[in-house]
Design a protein. Structure first.
Ligand code: HEM
Length: 520
């Protein structure tokens, strides 16, 4: 699909492309230079205009990790005209994101961020400052509130997982790719957890169609990435960039519509009913979180003064809508990718699958799983961690940017330096993970295989100020979904081919097929 768009764009702009290619060659012949400043992180030679972007290839996470073997754990590359510093091991990532956290916690002004930033109203994209801090804190509080209502959370996830199990069993093909059904399930469960069940029949279908269409395009396009680093490509990829921007706008419009349907309907709007009523949706939880000034400012000492001045009306409808859209869109994309990986690992490691089933049978029998079972199901808990470690499907997190002149591993970095954290390499750091390329949930258990051992080196959700606020939500969903799948189904490979990965917006498994049988 991606190539179809690329060829399309190239056909349309062939003269411009040839002219640019000639320009590149001309400059290349005169101006190829290695980094001569010894105080700068080392890095490969770069070519004017495109920099080192060709070294990314079709598997940037693997190619960058190989380059780190040559240039060291901290090195720099030029992507288009922009210099990027890449951190490739756990110690350096922790030095930057934890020990000097606020120095590394902004986002750079890249196209995809600007197009989806909607001012300072989102969580993932704003520059580091008081407004970002408030949005992030409100998001964390809302996430925590819906997880606190563990019964309701588990009920929704289990209900949707049983729909998934039925669809698997009723599949017309004996071997099928589970991707589409997994995506539908994630969209439905997110709809219920974000907006409640009452609007489900009227609105959830539209969300499924929209998310399926737009993420397929975004995942396959990589256009956003190229334009981020070579802004002149906007001309070449005009149509694709417009489509990318349109899908972000479409998601926000959709969330806005649902938000106002709830707000303007006295039956649906239970927000002010009773302060003590337990929240059940993200929408409600966010609304309550932004009213709790004390909780909102907790941990915000560095920005307290600024926050007070930015306080007035910060959380208007548009901000709540944009935060919700960020989490709904980001959560959908990442959860469906995580579950695709989880099923892929389960079918290719049937010994682990059988042991998981034994653990669940022993502790739960046929009874439904719940989040309260976590301590009693250590292998399931450890499997969730191992799926996330192995897949590292957001291999460079989201781009970071330095907020002031700072340094890492002894290299000075000026304010505004773009920094990538190579989480994919960190998850495979041999200093901390034995046989890091092997899928082995037991690495997260103690010697007796009785308890989960939490590793401070587990970085799938990144670290520091920009750490993913959806960690608890994601781990809980994955725990309940894979536990319930294994409790009711035996999953096998449709083919014996090894499962390979494919780089897009996230690193996904290449299409694979499975066969399922009901557990008798
Ligand atoms: C399924 C597993 C998930 C993984 C592995 C994951 C991983 C990540 C990573 C690596 C980042 C970038 C952190 C950085 O830039 O250093 C991130 C950011 C973010 N994630 Fe997740 N995520 C997951 C699920 C979710 C879910 C379910 C939600 C919401 C419901 C969510 C919401 C966000 C948001 C809003 C940000 C931006 C945070 C910020 O800029 O401060 N994520 N996530």
């Amino acid at each position: 699909m991606y190539w179809a768009y690329v060829l399309d764009a190239f056909a349309e702009h062939s003269i411009l492309i040839i002219a640019l290619a000639l320009l590149v060659l001309l400059l290349f012949s005169r101006n190829v230079t290695p980094s001569s400043d010894t105080r700068k992180p080392p890095g490969p030679w770069s070519v004017p205009v495109i920099g080192n972007i060709f070294l990314f290839g079709s598997a940037p996470h693997k190619n960058v990790t190989k380059l780190a073997e040559q240039y060291g754990r901290v090195f720099s590359m030029k992507l288009g005209s922009r210099e990027v510093v890449i951190l490739n091991d756990i110690d350096t990532v922790k030095e930057a994101l934890l020990r000097n956290g606020s120095d590394f916690s902004s986002r750079p002004p890249l196209h995809s961020f600007i197009s989806s930033s909607r001012g300072d109203r989102t969580v993932a994209w704003p520059v580091f400052g008081p407004k970002y801090f408030k949005n992030k804190r409100a998001t964390e509080l809302a996430m925590r509130a819906i997880l606190d209502n563990a019964k309701h959370f588990s009920k929704i996830v289990l209900r949707e997982t049983h729909v998934l199990i039925k669809s698997f069993l009723n599949s017309e093909e004996s071997h099928f790719d589970p991707t589409h059904l997994l995506k539908l399930m994630v969209c439905s469960l997110q709809f219920s957890l974000f907006f409640g069940d009452k609007l489900r029949d009227a609105c959830a279908k539209k969300a499924q169609l929209m998310m399926d269409g737009s993420t397929d395009f975004i995942e396959n396009s990589a256009v956003g990435n190229s334009v981020d680093f070579m802004p002149w490509m906007k001309v070449v990829f005009k149509k694709q960039v417009q489509k990318l921007d349109k899908s972000v706008a479409e998601l926000t419009d959709y969330v806005r519509k649902v938000y106002f349907m709830i707000k303007n309907d006295s039956e649906l709007n239970t927000l002010d009913d009773s302060p003590s009523r337990r929240v059940i949706t993200f929408n409600e939880a966010l609304y309550k979180a932004v009213k709790d000034k004390g909780a909102l400012n907790f941990g915000n000492e560095q920005f307290l003064e600024d926050t007070a001045s930015a306080d007035s009306n910060h959380f208007d409808d548009e901000t709540l809508i944009n935060i919700t859209a960020d989490c709904f869109g980001g959560g959908y994309e990442k959860l469906s990718t995580a579950l695709r990986w989880a099923v892929a690992y389960l079918v290719s490691h049937r010994d682990v699958q059988a042991n998981l089933r034994r653990e669940i049978e022993r502790v739960k029998g046929d009874s439904p799983l719940s989040l309260e079972d976590r301590n009693k199901l250590p292998l399931l808990e450890a499997t969730v961690l191992e799926v996330l470690r192995m897949s590292s499907f957001l291999p460079f997190a989201l781009p970071h940017c330095t907020t002031r002149d700072t340094s890492v591993a002894g290299y000075p970095l000026p304010k505004g330096t773009i920094v990538f954290v190579n989480l994919w390499a960190c998850s495979r750091d041999p200093q901390y993970f034995d046989e890091p390329y092997k899928f082995n949930p037991y690495r997260f258990m103690d010697e007796n295989k009785q308890n989960v051992v939490r590793s401070p080196c587990f970085l799938a959700f990144s670290a520091g100020d920009r750490k993913c606020p959806g960690e608890g939500f994601a781990k809980s969903v994955i725990f309940l979904v894979i536990g319930t799948l294994v409790q009711h189904l035996k999953l096998r490979n449709g083919t014996e081919d090894p499962i390979e990965d494919k780089f897009g917006l996230t690193v996904r498994p290449k299409p694979y097929s499975i066969h399922v049988d009901a557990v008798q």
